[in-house]
Design a binder for this molecule. Sequence first.
Ligand code: NAD
Length: 488
Amino acid sequence: MTLTEAQQVTMPWDGALFDGTWKAAASTVDVVAPATGQRIATVGAAGVDDLDAAVRSATEAQKTWAALTYDQRAKVFRRASALLAEDPDRLVRWLVPESGSGMGKAQFEVGLVVAELDECAGITSLPYGELLRSSKPRLSLARRVPFGVVGVISPFNFPAILSMRSVAPALAAGNAVILKPDPRTPISGGLALAELFAEAGLPAGLLHVLPAGADVGAALVAHPGVPCLSFTGSTAAGRAIGQAAGPLLKTVHLELGGNNALLVLPDADVDAAASAGAWGSFLHQGQICMTTGRHLVHASIAQEYTAKLAEKARHIPVGDPTDPANPLGPIIDERQRDKVHALVTASVEQGATLAAGGEYDGLFYRPTVLADVPKDAPAFTEEIFGPVAPVTTYETVEEALEIINSSEYGLSVAILTSDAFKAFELAAHIDSGAVHINDQTVDDEAVIPFGGVKASGVGGRFGARASLESFTEVQWVTVQSEIERYPF
Ligand code: NAD
């Protein structure tokens, strides 16, 4: 697939927003492929007026949607899943140029979207409450009811699944959704998903896609017609959203950054560990919240591990991801590339050794390995969001646990060892939303309760039953046959 072929495909979003149909926008934004700098599409750019109109339309449409039977709602998700499973390229062809995804990463991401849609068909039919005991002779029950309109704000890195992971369960639970994708990935993060839902028969008005920057995002957070927000992005933006939404007493789910540790115990198979470490740090150029950001390797095997990791880093092809020979593509933009390079440079100045990489050509950053990284160097303490593997040694497991838990983040940790049960015991002492034993840190499935702790997330989890809980609130209902009598 080439960019030219991608451009020949119909683009209903040309200069348009999605409000159930394609609506010409007052202004537009160019979508640029980071690998080439070429414009690949021009889409509508939303303003605050568009947001007001979207909230009005969504509020109206949601009432009818919530009143449908579960099987009527389930059909939409089944159809969307089948359409995408039959033709994954409808999304892959945008994901690759727009977000700089390698072909394999894009195909994997589309598989996650299909799985999410399948799971959401099931969410519609889950039990949605419980019968409660009562001290009175009455029916007492707690049932889950939709919020009404849910606002979704999503990032650029896995734009399709990170939008869908909020949009689909929110819809399945009976809400309408207003989605604000990152303006760098408005198609695979929103407009192409809307096209899929429209084809699958989602009634008009239930999903609105408003490509825009942080200003419209902030307006969505503040809008009085949107009681629930689902945000995936940086911890800095998450804090700003939390501060804005707090006084408004809204329900907010924040899925934020990470600085994920890979703990390599002295009994680990070093070849397999280096391969897991390379995958964890370099997949999608390290632009994943669960990217392995800290390699904690026992001193007895650190030299061998680092040499093997560096060898891999030197040989991974990096280039235009529309060429399937390149598993790694570009960093999303210059600002992010410069941030990555500044963290690498500062860490080397602080005493780390460059074992591989550390250089770039345009937006193509070479996979980088830093050895002997001081524990207070920025490459070790901060989220890099680039293809950088910082390696630090430890002597005792207690020391390793202390280093792991010293991070403000708590998204994903992995432990590599030949004694899996020992690692299972260690997991209980780790502050992290996920712990993977004998795998690397990047993993998610539609059926698990995904989410971070500490500065990596708060407010709600994703996945099957967890999603149903996140996108509904509880209503306690009591029913008795006669009016209760009172003393006055
Ligand atoms: P970002 O926070 O800058 O942007 C994410 C989205 O938020 C974009 O749509 C942006 O326009 C919007 N936004 C930014 N500031 C806002 C504000 N004040 N109010 C409302 N909306 C605002 O994120 P980024 O740097 O582009 O994305 C990468 C970050 O996302 C990394 O930190 C990564 O770890 C995190 N992330 C987390 C997860 C997770 O599941 N925990 C998944 C993917 C990415």
